[in-house]
Write a protein that binds this ligand. Sequence first.
Ligand SMILES: C[S@@+](CC[C@H](N)C(=O)[O-])C[C@H]1O[C@@H](n2cnc3c(N)ncnc32)[C@H](O)[C@@H]1O
Length: 264
Amino acid sequence: MSAQPGFYADPGLYELLHAEGTDDEVWFLDRVAKRHGNGGRTALEPACGTGRYLAGLARRGWTVHGYDLSAKMAAFACKRLAKWGKRATVARGDMVSYRPQRKYDFAFNLLSTFRHLPDDKSALAHLRGVAASLNPGGLFVLGLDLALYGLDQPEEETWSVSRGGRRYTHVMMTLPPDARKRRERILNFVTVPRPRGQKVLESAYDLRSYDADELAGLILKTPFALAACYGYDGKPAPLRGEQRALWIVLKLPDSSAGKRKARR
Ligand SMILES: C[S@@+](CC[C@H](N)C(=O)[O-])C[C@H]1O[C@@H](n2cnc3c(N)ncnc32)[C@H](O)[C@@H]1O
């Protein structure tokens, strides 16, 4: 498993830096489920982090379950969701091997988290594991940035949050992936204010890269079919179009399609 960003060990800081925009994304997850899903209202989030999406879906009436590799993240999410009792639960688990005790109608894995899985074997284990955890007609939304080998440029993204008159800043640099190694280097610099001065938390890690064909090829080896694709602005976007930051909506056959297939 590749190294993980340092601030995954500080769920409070992660939450502070990522809270903005969460409600809009939850609204869109709900909309995608209504548009493409099987009508069920149970959701699974692998690598759920602080549980910010799960909390939003629980507020919208969903029954939710999440899991995360990090004990600190899972504990943070568990505490946050405790008020919903059995309707919102969290466990500790690995995307490669975790299997929930029941099936869900909708699953999602956003922010390129899937790309933490370092090779085809672990990525396929995750996709197939999620498929096995879904009811017929269930959806899996994968949110990730795709590569355009040879054309990608180094990128730098900065966002800041003010809390109690103190300013936190996250600078994320991305170095273009190499088509042969399939690794994208991410450098993070998180500036945290201190009573005197500030502290900069630095971390560097690799995410596995996929271009559209590599991802489509992998999906073909799973029970999922590509149902739709959206840009981060919520508008439909082709898998092989110019937009590289996508929500890819994967769907399992519904039960009648499954029966038809079985009868043939
Ligand atoms: C970018 S954060 C996303 C968290 C949450 N889904 C969100 O969007 O706010 C990535 C999360 O993936 C978790 N993670 C990384 N590798 C994992 C693995 N192999 N299995 C489960 N969780 C993992 C990290 O602990 C971290 O909480």
